[in-house]
Ligand binder design. Structure first.
Ligand SMILES: [Zn+2]
Length: 439
């Protein structure tokens, strides 16, 4: 589970370089060019003097950062101190690092000549890295390094050849964009399975770059139009100021469909309903406050509705779980996950249908399934029988509608200008654009 690469590098000035890097990253944009985090190793290599060894490992659902550091060679005291420092400096303050987080630890000779942990970095996302290093009192202190980023729009349009996902990925998007796209056209279930050859699609996504224009990550889907055999239409992503929650609206300002998905696991089979039942592990009679969907470990779990991630962590019983607050007094909870979606953090807003994590069997669970709860005004309700409100219509609210129309028109203008789609300037060789008229 841990990959080990031992690299011989000089590292007397590691801490100074980290500090310098931190200052540079925070400096004024135009005066100093910040160093890429990737350059840390090169600088260490040039620093000479004491021998430093770097080793890498990965946090998993069952192996914490502290465990990883011990396996890599840190003393239990150092591993604890460094892990606590990382945890306290992370954006998910106080929570353990999420499964999949890559750790890079470096070791150097201590005063007694024996190897000891000097520092550790945890890559949280393409935009953020936590770095903990030993301070003069021997304890570890951590800082969050954030890359300054720019968000640009990127258009991917054309005809489906093999599948919608292949076409979107070939144009610089992701599988998640294709999933979101297909979810906007539920009248045609074939689209979620790839669509039909020749059907036309048009998508606009956000692309996050660092200040030198290097691609960091793909952002949200902001526009989706489809012209297929069974359905067609256009959807614009927009965040009304009054709710702060992003949703997709039609050209005239109506959000689609019901406001919560009935089943957050596509293809998941309901294995246990809402109501009183005997707890499968303790044998007690308890209210089963949600419904269970059986699905293989790793099956994507979708946000039932647009909302704010208010909690995501490991909970007794729940295992890895996510809690989302929606509009109109609703909340949803997703438990026993094997992992969270990349980039998901507390305080982030998610869209209906967006992948937030993966099915697992963590916490009190007897097999891979999603335990899904819906709360209305703080009370558990049965998601199966719940009468759900339909999507919002903003066409009656003048101020909100005007803001929506401005954004809609900006997206349309961009689409016209990007008809020959030439984005990804920095990585043009890796992104092949499909040139085709809009559907
Ligand atoms: Zn359950």
């Amino acid at each position: 589970m841990t990959s080990r690469t031992a690299e011989r590098i000089g590292g007397g000035a590691v801490i100074l370089i980290i500090l310098a890097l931190f200052l540079l990253v925070r400096a004024e944009p135009e005066t100093l060019k910040p160093l890429s985090l990737l350059q840390i190793n090169d600088l260490r290599a040039e620093a000479g003097q004491t021998e430093t060894v770097t080793r890498n490992g990965t946090v998993t659902a069952s192996v914490s950062a502290m465990d990883v550091l011990e396996v890599l060679g840190a003393s239990p005291e150092d591993a604890t101190s460094a892990a606590v420092a990382l945890r306290d400096a992370s954006p998910t303050r106080g929570q353990r690092l999420r499964p999949g987080t890559a750790l890079s630890a470096w070791f150097e000779a201590g005063e007694d000549g024996r190897e000891r942990l000097a520092g550790v970095s945890a890559k949280l996302s393409p935009k953020a890295t936590l770095v903990a290093s030993r301070s003069s009192d021997g304890r570890f202190k951590a800082n969050l390094l954030s890359a300054r980023t720019t968000t640009a729009l990127h258009r991917v349009a054309g005809r489906i050849d093999t599948s919608l996902a292949d076409a979107i990925i070939a144009g610089g998007g992701t599988r998640q964009h294709a999933d979101m796209f297909a979810g906007l056209f539920p009248e045609d279930p074939a689209l979620a399975k790839g669509g039909r050859k020749g059907e036309r699609f048009d998508a606009v996504i956000e692309v996050v770059t660092d200040e030198r224009g290097n691609f960091l990550e793909a952002g949200d889907l902001v526009f989706a139009a489809f012209n297929g055999a069974k359905t067609s239409g256009s959807w614009y992503r927009f965040t009304p100021e009054d709710t702060g929650l992003p949703e997709f609206f039609s050209r005239s300002g109506v959000a689609g469909d019901e406001f919560l998905l009935r089943n957050p696991v596509r293809g998941g089979e309901m294995s246990s309903g809402f109501g009183n039942r005997m707890h499968p592990i303790t044998g007690e009679m308890l209210l089963h406050a949600g419904i269970d969907f059986r699905a293989p470990v790793g099956t994507p779990i979708r946000a039932a509705g647009s909302g704010l991630v208010t909690d995501m962590r490991y909970g007794e019983g729940y295992g890895w779980f996510v809690r989302i607050r929606h509009e109109r007094g609703y909340e949803t909870v997703y438990a026993h996950m094997s992992g969270f979606a990349e980039n998901l953090t507390p305080g982030r807003t998610v869209m209906r249908g967006e992948v937030i994590g993966y099915v697992g069997s963590t916490g009190s669970s007897t097999g891979a399934h999603l335990h899904y709860e819906v709360l209305r005004n703080g009370f558990y309700v049965n998601p199966e029988t719940l009468a759900l409100p339909t999507g919002r219509d903003i066409s009656g609210n003048k101020a909100v509608l005007a803001a929506f129309e401005a954004q809609r028109d900006a997206i349309d203008t961009f689409r016209n200008e990007a008809a020959g789609s030439q984005l990804f300037a920095a990585t043009a060789s890796t992104a092949r654009m499909t040139n085709a008229p809009a559907p």
